[in-house]
Design a protein around this ligand. Structure first.
Ligand SMILES: C[S@@+](CC[C@H](N)C(=O)[O-])C[C@H]1O[C@@H](n2cnc3c(N)ncnc32)[C@H](O)[C@@H]1O
Length: 329
């Protein structure tokens, strides 16, 4: 029997969704953005965008409540970045609670993620610390370790400097490289923070990945064909991923949110898990919808939750823009 495509549908509210190529929000006073497509109005809590054979469903509300309405094992990949408890100023969420309350909450929602995640699913969990609280991400990952197995630890590198001389004589660079952007830390004690963690959790630590989907070409081409596993000019990228933000100036203009990741980060996670094994992706803390935008690029269905009405409405607009751009390609 052919595998049924999972769709982010649940309960009667989705049953009313039109299958036509329109964004639909039941009961909305919608702003029209095109002949066919509407964005959510101020009282809407759900926005659904059918896109090709996939569906993007974005929910305004608490992710715990949202996930409780979803079927067990219905999600293949979760890519998310919860609040880090660093005192960041979000629109409605208070990001400065006690460590214990924070860790308890991390465990609570991750147990719900575990319930909705399929047995071969992946949770990519992005988190960062700050120089005065370097243990935060590690303690949080350790707490999620009560629920999941830690299968991989990825370092998202936002900025890096590579000296020409460090690259060897044979494969030399023309110049030194200094790429990416970071918020400089002005301190005699601490280095500016140029990375964040992406912890890859699975239920049993044994999920097969599509490593070459995000592979890189061999530097030494004599490796091609040397072993059975090296037929193509691609090797595993490893666990250091350089993904720069846009420049700070353009980012601030476009980004009414203090803590986002680039859609490219989410897309690499989805591709690493394997697009063919990712019928449904979820982001319980979707912010501006960057995971959903990645799903549009990757051609997979997505369900997102966000508690802040302002961020929710920007998410919908971002996803629509991504879908319109993808349709033009
Ligand atoms: C670190 S941000 C995520 C940013 C996102 N990765 C992006 O690139 O735009 C965390 C988000 O979680 C949201 N949030 C906090 N508590 C929530 C909850 N209980 N349910 C859903 N969203 C929540 C915050 O409003 C914030 O936008």
């Amino acid at each position: 029997m052919p595998k049924q495509k999972k769709q982010p549908v649940q309960g009667s509210i989705f049953a009313t969704m039109s299958a036509s190529k329109r964004a639909v929000s039941p009961g909305r006073a919608a702003e029209t953005v095109g002949a066919d497509v509407v964005l959510p109005g101020p009282s809407d809590k759900l926005w659904v965008l059918p896109h090709g054979s996939t569906t993007i469903s974005l929910h305004l509300g608490d992710c715990l409540a949202g996930m409780r309405g979803m079927a067990a094992g219905s999600v293949d990949v979760v890519v998310t970045s919860p609040p880090y408890n660093l005192g960041i100023r979000y629109g409605v969420y208070d990001d400065s609670i006690s460590r214990e309350s924070y860790l308890d909450w991390m465990e609570k929602w991750s147990r719900e993620v575990s319930r909705v995640l399929s047995s071969r699913g992946s949770l990519f969990f992005n988190i960062a610390g700050k120089p005065t609280d370097p243990w935060g991400p590690l303690l949080t990952a350790q707490r999620l370790g009560k629920v999941f197995q830690l299968q991989n630890t990825i370092h998202w590198i936002k900025s890096i400097a590579i000296e020409r001389s460090s690259n060897g004589d044979d494969h030399g660079l023309e110049d030194d490289i200094n790429v990416g952007h970071i918020k400089p830390i002005n301190s005699p004690r601490f280095l500016s923070d140029a990375h964040e963690y992406v912890f890859h959790f699975t239920k049993h630590g044994d999920v097969e990945l599509d490593r070459l989907a995000i592979g890189v070409p061999y530097k030494d081409k004599s490796n091609i064909g040397r072993w059975k596993s090296t037929a193509a000019d691609l090797r595993c990228r490893g666990n250091t991923w350089f993904i720069p933000y846009k420049t700070i100036v353009s980012r601030n203009r476009e980004r009414p949110h203090p803590a986002t990741f680039p859609p490219r980060l989410a897309e690499m996670c989805i591709r690493l898990h394997g697009v063919s094994r990712a019928d449904l992706v979820m982001d319980p803390f979707m912010g501006l919808g960057h995971t959903a935008m990645a799903c549009v690029h990757a051609g997979v269905s997505c369900i997102g939750h966000e508690i802040d009405p302002g961020y929710f409405s920007v998410s919908c607009a971002n996803v629509l823009k991504a879908a319109q751009a993808a349709s033009k390609k």
